[in-house]
Ligand binder design. Sequence first.
Ligand SMILES: Nc1ncnc2c1ncn2[C@@H]1O[C@H](COP(=O)(O)OP(=O)(O)OP(=O)(O)O)[C@@H](O)[C@H]1O
Ligand SMILES: [Mg+2]
Length: 327
Amino acid sequence: MGDPRSWLCRSLARRASKARGTGTSTTSSRPVPPIQELVRAEMSDPGMTGLEPAVLDVRDLSVRFATASGDVPAVKNISFQVPPGGSLALLGESGSGKTATARALMGILDDSAVVSGSAIYDGRNLLELTDKQMQRIRGTEIAMIFQDAQSALNPAFTVGWQVAEVFRKRAGLSRSEARTRAFDTLRGVGIPDIDRRFSQYPHQYSGGMRQRVLIAIALALEPRILIADEPTTALDATIEAQILDLIRTAHSASNTALVLISHDLGVVAEMVDRVIVMNHGEMVEEGSIEDVYLRPNHPYTQALLEASPSFIGTRAHGSGTGRKEES
Ligand SMILES: Nc1ncnc2c1ncn2[C@@H]1O[C@H](COP(=O)(O)OP(=O)(O)OP(=O)(O)O)[C@@H](O)[C@H]1O
Ligand SMILES: [Mg+2]
């Protein structure tokens, strides 16, 4: 593989420049600060001190699905803590249990799922709350951006209406107040020509714009935790950079803790402080980005890093991924 140290330096440098508000794209070639400086900056981040009680404390979370062909163990005894305003990634290949973990925390798994363990948020175990109690938390205090942007929006309603509904239903605003807030929110996430776009349906939006709408909905009520499940998977590299910027800005501006789900080592390195590596439902490694990427302990993490030369080749040199362009 390429030199992981220089790769990590580039990712962290991009992140540092974004945090300073000087970054423009993920392919920037500005000078890279020494890694010691970047690591010191990481360690001085309040989200890293571990002194504040976690906003989310997950212990021994397990999920299995009871199917006709037997039990599918999707998540096996994973534990992690998210500091207030901090950030953490669940990193792993397809089928490693990332989405099942997130859906368990949100209380939105299929009926076939059996969940155990605990997830303490605000003194309460999310896994033991009733549907009604979870509904009050979901979307207002803990929000999730789903993996599939297309299906997460209702095709039968205009985008503007769907965003306004969040303010009407969850914040109790009047119809006209909600509409105004929806306008502002959509403009805030960069939907162009909002006067026209407001009354359009999801299928009239590009993939990138739909993802912006989902981010707008997720962040509308300034949740304490945002779970972003592969928020840029279906997007072209340029649009991916814009969407990640949007999430990063919202995360730091509103002190919303970020739980990012991704299989992309580069995205994870740029976005979060800590990472959990999952494999076949197990948490095989946890640590700071620097520890896990530069000193991976588990053979699976080592293999994951070994398998990423394509990332080094494409991202580092700024070529696209051939994925869909925003129109
Ligand atoms: N509703 C379900 N019924 C049965 N098995 C399921 C169900 N949902 C997920 N699984 C299984 O649980 C395991 C973990 O799935 P999960 O969706 O959490 O993976 P993931 O890490 O999010 O993968 P990806 O990166 O592809 O999104 C997989 O083996 C999957 O097939
Ligand atoms: Mg998934």
